[in-house]
Design a protein around this ligand. Structure first.
Ligand SMILES: CC/C=C\C/C=C\C/C=C\C/C=C\CCC(=O)SCCNC(=O)CCNC(=O)[C@H](O)C(C)(C)COP(=O)(O)OP(=O)(O)OC[C@H]1O[C@@H](n2cnc3c(N)ncnc32)[C@H](O)[C@@H]1OP(=O)(O)O
Ligand SMILES: Cc1cc2nc3c(=O)[nH]c(=O)nc-3n(C[C@H](O)[C@H](O)[C@H](O)COP(=O)(O)OP(=O)(O)OC[C@H]3O[C@@H](n4cnc5c(N)ncnc54)[C@H](O)[C@@H]3O)c2cc1C
Length: 664
């Protein structure tokens, strides 16, 4: 018997080859096949069930997380999965866990900042999970300001050891994931002190718990920091606190790629830039951009599928009501988010390439592209996560009342996702880093130093400052060069205007602080330009499959023109376009939405998410929403009994009070 599919008609409308689009989304046929296989493996395994987790107490949720992590590890070993497959498996398990930090930060920190001897000693144990580690940087008093950390690591030449100490309450490590209850080790960031001199913040490998009894080692106080936002969600993670009372570690546990301390206690700064101490954050910010596209795609998939099932108003002669996806307002809220998911996917792919490139250069002692890699990872992490967090909430609203049900999957997705705007660098703080980079680039424009990479457009500032947009009809906005020039002109004009305003301050730092809200806008304009330009570059590639490239062109235009519409004030105020050209862009946008409409369901099918991973009744593949909602309601523990617990103690006395009152 053929399976019921409420979306069958929608799927028939698609004007492109879905299988080829799935490959574009996955990045390659190989990636598609790998991720499809691993996603199904997880979905079919009862241990990875997650539909009940919002009902669990914190302790039960945490134990469930440990069970899943142990089972995942067993599957990884038994099936001899590669590192890439293992990472995929953990991400499809879809439950924040200590393993994210062990594999995502502890190991990369040792790899990036350790020497080859340190790699040889620590990495084999970490890869086999004989030790489990976390990334302990943030403190109670300081997170963004890494240079303000207070934990000290004082070298003692007598014993050839460092003495780790938390001198104040605010120096307590606070937030590291996996620290609270699991990690046996941590990379701890502390101020290095030798011979009474402070050499700033460096990383140290520190054992926290006994490998036999899991008890904290002498001098170490460690625990969980408490419940976080939402039920379920990030509470599966043991974000922790940590204090040191003169804990001793051997000298060779300082990560010594960037700087060294000799046996005599001499501090040696190698020719590697000190910013490499921040290298793990650059790596993780890059992964967060790709993850943003996944989270956004997930929310959009749920909202799109539900919008095609949900009908409201407009029944004629007893016929069906209108699918809410056919309302223009629904399309104008939903389709830009769909386009953004694809845009973030492609910029994430490009950022991965940039990161790989900078890593190879660093190995060859070429540090020239490090500032750009920092600016790109910081800016794109900030922009994509802010958009995604807002988009998940928008998708909830697009699903009306049912979006607020836990089993829509959206509340939990939101709760898990939103800290991404804060961790790995507060989004505003990171945009200010991008702005610094841009202001520096502008200040060097007259010096003959040609801007390269993502700021190459600034080298054409003279043209971009006075060029005029040539759009006369709505369809003129479909020309890639017209779109690109409008975004470049807006970014360069905003940058130069800010640089000029900064020049009016006698103290540049005062100016930077005063103008920081404008500088944030400049950074956003630059990041949006990067995303638009990388989407356009993607379209230059050979993309096989009937109609696939055409759909991507439509999505790229939707992405760019919705931004133009949203930030019309910037584009018009900087004289990049006229108000009439802005209106034509909006007209074109409406036409584009009509082209997306028949393909919408297939465009979200291309994400290839299993129902398990989506975790949403509203987004399930077959669209059988109402029956599933009805069945699911009966599974709620409140429905275990017809009359609720507490009736006799609390309800009945109130309900019966009129009888007593009447008797009085
Ligand atoms: C299998 C699993 C796969 C993936 C999972 C991955 C990960 C795990 C999952 C999720 C993550 C979960 C939790 C998150 C964990 C954390 O949150 S860890 C803590 C993160 N903390 C931060 O991000 C702190 C943010 N603050 C900073 O980064 C910096 O302090 C600052 C950049 C804001 C400022 O630093 P300062 O030292 O004060 O710098 P400055 O004076 O402003 O700048 C000096 C120069 O250095 C340049 N620079 C700054 N940062 C970097 C960098 N990272 N890389 C390269 N260069 C950098 C800056 O541009 C300045 O350059 P100049 O040329 O202008 O001198
Ligand atoms: C779920 C979660 C997991 C985490 N995991 C880890 C982990 O594994 N390891 C770890 O070390 N840390 C971890 N952290 C800590 C995280 O990295 C920090 O919270 C983050 O870097 C932000 O720093 P903060 O908390 O000090 O924010 P603050 O800097 O105190 O920010 C507060 C406000 O001040 C503003 N602000 C701060 N500085 C400036 C400025 N210069 N200019 C303008 N505005 C400014 C910010 O925009 C924000 O609005 C985690 C945090 C969370 C929420």
């Amino acid at each position: 018997m053929e399976a019921l599919d409420y979306h069958a008609e929608e799927r028939r409308k698609a004007e492109f080859n879905l299988d080829e689009m799935k490959i574009v989304w996955a990045g390659s046929r190989r990636n598609y096949e790998l991720s499809d296989r691993v996603a199904r493996l997880v979905a079919s395994d009862p241990v990875f069930r997650k539909d009940n987790r919002t009902m669990l107490t914190r302790k039960d949720l945490f134990k469930d997380t440990l069970r899943k992590a142990a089972h995942a590890w067993k599957r990884i070993i038994d099936l001899r999965l590669s590192e890439e497959e293992a990472n995929m498996l953990r991400s499809y398990v879809d439950q924040p866990a200590f393993t994210d930090l062990h594999w995502g930060m502890f190991i990369p920190a040792i790899k990036g900042q350790g020497t080859s001897e340190q790699h040889e000693k620590w990495l084999p144990m970490a890869y086999k999970m004989q030790i489990i580690g976390c990334y302990a940087q943030t403190e109670l008093g300081h997170g963004s300001n890494v240079q303000g950390l207070e934990t000290t690591a004082t070298f003692d030449p007598q014993t050839d050891e460092f003495d780790l100490h938390s001198p104040t309450l605010t120096s307590s490590k606070w937030w590291p994931g996996g620290l609270g209850k699991v990690s046996t080790h941590a990379v701890v960031y502390a101020r290095l002190i030798t011979g009474g001199q402070d050499h700033g913040v460096h990383g140290f490998i520190v054992q926290l718990r006994g490998l036999d009894d899991h008890l904290p080692l002498p001098g170490i106080t460690v625990g969980d920091i408490g419940m976080k936002f939402g039920s379920g969600a990030y509470n599966s993670m043991d974000n922790g606190l940590l204090r040191f009372d003169h804990v001793r570690i051997p000298r060779n546990q300082m990560l010594m790629r960037v700087s060294q301390v000799t046996r005599e206690g001499k501090f040696v700064q190698s020719d590697v830039p000190r910013q490499l101490v921040y290298g793990t954050m650059v790596y993780v910010r890059q992964t967060i951009v790709s993850d943003a596209s996944c989270a956004l795609a997930r929310a959009v998939c749920i909202a799109t599928r539900y919008s095609a099932v949900r009908r409201q108003f407009g029944s004629q002669n007893g016929g069906p009501e209108i699918q809410v996806i056919d309302y223009k307002t629904q399309q104008s809220r939903l389709f830009p988010l769909l386009a953004s998911a694809y845009a973030f996917r492609f910029v994430g792919e490009w950022l991965k390439w940039l990161y790989t490139d900078v890593t190879q250069r660093l190995q060859a002692n070429d540090f020239s592209t490090l500032p750009e890699a920092h600016a790109c990872t910081a800016g794109l992490k900030s922009m994509t996560t802010s958009v995604t967090a807002d988009a998940i909430e928008e998708c909830r609203k697009l699903c009306g009342g049912h979006g607020y049900l836990s089993n829509s999957g959206l509340p939990e997705l939101f709760a898990v996702y939103i800290p991404t705007c804060t961790y790995e660098g507060d989004n505003v703080v990171l945009l200010l880093q991008v702005a610094r980079f841009l202001m520096k680039t502008v200040s060097q424009l007259g010096s003959g130093k040609k801007p390269v990479g993502t700021t190459a457009y600034m080298g054409r500032a003279e043209h971009l400052m006075q060029c005029r947009c040539e759009v006369e009809m709505a369809q003129d906005w479909l020309k890639p060069s017209t779109i690109l020039e409008a975004f470049e002109a807006r970014a360069v004009r905003m940058s130069i205007a800010c640089a000029k305003s900064l020049g009016k301050f006698s103290n540049p730092e005062d100016g930077f602080a005063e103008l920081s809200p404008d500088l944030v806008e400049v950074a956003i304009a630059h990041c949006q330009l990067i995303v638009v330009s990388k989407f356009l570059e993607k379209l230059q590639q050979d993309i096989p499959g009937k109609g696939v490239k055409r759909q991507l062109e439509i999505l790229c235009n939707v992405y760019a023109l919705h931004l133009l519409h949203k930030h019309l004030g910037d584009f018009v105020a900087t004289g990049c376009i006229t108000p009439n050209q802005g209106a034509l862009a909006n007209e074109q946008l409406r036409l584009l939405y009509a082209q997306v409409r028949p393909n919408a369901i297939a465009l979200v099918d291309a994400f290839n998410y299993t129902d398990h991973y989506l975790g949403s009744i509203l987004g399930c593949y077959d669209g059988n929403v109402y029956q599933k909602l009805y069945q699911e309601a009966w599974k709620d523990p409140l429905n275990d009994t017809v009359v609720p617990d507490g009736y006799l103690e609390y309800l009945r006395p109130i309900l019966k009070q009129h009888i007593r009152t009447a008797r009085l």
